[in-house]
Design a protein around this ligand. Structure first.
Ligand SMILES: N[C@@H](CCC(=O)N[C@@H](CS)C(=O)NCC(=O)O)C(=O)O
Length: 223
């Protein structure tokens, strides 16, 4: 595994959010060193003008690159990493297989996560006056829809990991989403294949070292 020479990559994130957790896993799998800058989502610091100067959407993560660019959107960051740091690859070498991995990653990053994001839950609570039981049901509903599909997809494509026997971008998305599901107390027993893949991932340092609780800014219960 190639090791980066410097700490010139800067990851803007926060210990718990799953989109930042995804990118930490990918950076670790690539063997790249990076410095983390924390933005406390509990205080809304991701929406302050200074951070929006880097990431106009006001969401974490953002990645400052060694050539002075600022990248946003975890899936776009994955693609940049894959192009700039191809080894080890986190996508298979055949186009149809790459499409399968991207589809699994998108189930998490496009179909589950955005509708369960902090700002959406805040709108449900504050604008639609949803109670906590309704919010929990909402979260579980979209996780269950996505995980049901993923459980089938990994039965077609998976092995030790979501696709075959080496980690891919799909695993970088899956593990943080399972973390979110546990955090919101969503029952996971219907997804034995996903749980097996999670266990295989967590046996790797790249995943273990990206876990929220071992980040330097981890400080207990959060949003
Ligand atoms: N599509 C974005 C999602 C980014 C995102 O939603 N980040 C969350 C944390 S996981 C966030 O910053 N939430 C703050 C908020 O909702 O105000 C990506 O994949 O990077």
């Amino acid at each position: 595994m190639r090791k980066a020479a410097s700490m010139s990559l800067v990851l803007h994130g926060y210990w718990r959010p799953s989109a930042a957790y995804r990118v930490r896993i990918a950076l670790n799998l690539k063997g790249l060193e990076y410095r983390q800058v924390t933005h406390d989502l509990r205080t809304g610091s991701q929406r302050n003008p200074e951070y929006r100067g880097l990431a106009p959407i006001g969401l974490v993560p953002a990645l400052e690159t060694d050539d002075g660019q600022v990248l946003t959107q975890s899936l776009a960051i994955f693609e940049w990493l894959e192009e700039q740091h191809p080894y080890p690859p986190l996508l298979p070498d055949n186009a149809s297989e790459r499409a399968a991995v991207r589809a699994m990653a998108c189930i998490v990053a496009c179909d589950i996560h955005p509708i369960n994001n902090l700002r959406v839950l805040k709108a449900l609570r504050e604008e639609l006056v949803a109670g906590e039981d309704m919010v929990r049901d909402w979260i579980a509903r979209w996780i269950n829809e996505g995980f049901t599909a993923l459980e089938t997809m990994v039965s077609h494509h998976g092995g030790h990991f979501c696709f075959g026997d080496t980690p891919t971008l799909a695993d970088c998305c899956l593990v943080p989403q399972i973390y979110n599901a546990r955090r919101f107390e969503v029952a996971l027993s219907a997804y034995p294949r996903l749980l097996g893949i999670e266990a295989n991932c967590e046996a790797l340092h790249a995943f273990a070292n990206a876990a929220p609780e071992v980040q330097p800014d981890a400080d207990g219960p959060a949003t």
